[in-house]
Design a protein around this ligand. Structure first.
Ligand SMILES: NC(=O)c1ccc[n+]([C@@H]2O[C@H](COP(=O)([O-])OP(=O)(O)OC[C@H]3O[C@@H](n4cnc5c(N)ncnc54)[C@H](O)[C@@H]3O)[C@@H](O)[C@H]2O)c1
Length: 262
């Protein structure tokens, strides 16, 4: 397996869920991976799992929404790996489901800071190195919540809609440089972020209803998002640019519906 052989990759939010699954898959495909998360033991565990499987990983505890931290892990990756080919700006927070009239500016600021300004900073400080190389791939995690309402809280949805716009505008700003910028819009995936929902459903015996609104009628797994991130990171996606790709079992393809007989 060597779809990322020789690639130098940064993954943020790599201490859990989609980020951890992607970092492990990237390393298994030959990449050297700098794994970043705000939770030190979690990201160290990801790096340890990669190394135990024979891969190359460097763990960094950092805030993916803070400019000095982003500059720090980008510089560290460039120095220790000799350059950066791929950044997966994946770290995100949900902010919960706070009713509209109870939302504060502080709540909005924090969600936009991590979910939208974080990916902007990854592009702002990572793309210049890729431009010099004449090649690179930046992948940001958006969400089906950025496509329309009711897949998360209001500021969360707005932040993810912003990520979709960010990859379009950044891909165009990087016109002619060889640097590609894309987003993935996951549907409902069982991770640290959504675990309470899954646990509640299991407790109430309604686990079978999870994901029933999408045509595959099930939730997704982190590895199913990692597989698309791997494609976008690799040279197989050399002509894919400025796109927001839904990986959601078909959720975003439908209106709410009542299943009819086949
Ligand atoms: N799980 C889903 O159903 C789903 C659906 C759509 C989009 N997403 C998005 O996928 C991405 C990954 O989330 P996940 O579902 O794997 O959740 P997760 O909670 O399992 O993982 C997110 C990781 O990001 C880290 N993180 C959060 N804020 C950070 C910060 N400021 N700096 C560094 N690390 C930070 C967390 O510590 C955690 O390890 C997020 O952007 C999320 O919004 C998830």
């Amino acid at each position: 397996m060597s779809r990322l052989q020789g690639k130098r990759v940064i993954v943020t939010g790599a201490g859990s869920g989609i980020g951890r699954a992607s970092a492990k898959l990237f390393a298994a495909e030959g990449a050297a991976v700098v794994v970043v998360d705000k939770v030190p033991p979690a990201v160290e565990e990801t790096a340890a799992e990669i190394k135990a499987a024979g891969g190359k990983a460097i763990s960094v505890a950092a805030d993916a929404g803070a400019e000095a931290d982003v500059q720090g892990f980008i510089q560290k990756a460039a120095k220790e790996l000799g350059g950066i080919d791929v950044i997966f700006a994946n770290a995100g927070i949900s902010g919960g489901l706070v009713p509209l009239f109870e939302q504060t500016v502080e709540l909005w600021r924090e969600i936009l800071r991590v979910n939208l300004i974080g990916p902007f900073l990854a592009i702002r400080h990572g793309a210049p190195l890729m431009v010099k190389q004449g090649k690179g791939s930046i992948i940001c995690t958006a969400s089906v919540a950025g496509l329309r309402a009711n897949a998360g809280g209001h500021p969360y949805s707005a932040s993810k809609a912003g990520v979709i716009s960010l990859v379009q505008t950044a891909a165009n700003a990087l016109s002619g440089t060889g640097v590609r910028v894309n987003a993935i819009c996951p549907g409902l995936i069982e991770t640290g972020m959504t675990r309470p929902l899954f646990e509640r459903a299991r407790e109430h015996g309604t686990a079978g209803k999870i994901g029933q609104l999408n045509p595959l009628q099930r939730a997704g797994e982190p590895k199913e998002i990692a597989a698309v991130a791997l494609f976008l990171a690799s040279d197989e996606a050399s002509y894919v640019n400025g796109q927001a790709i839904a990986v959601d079992g078909g959720l975003s393809s439908t209106h709410p519906f009542a299943q009819t007989r086949r």
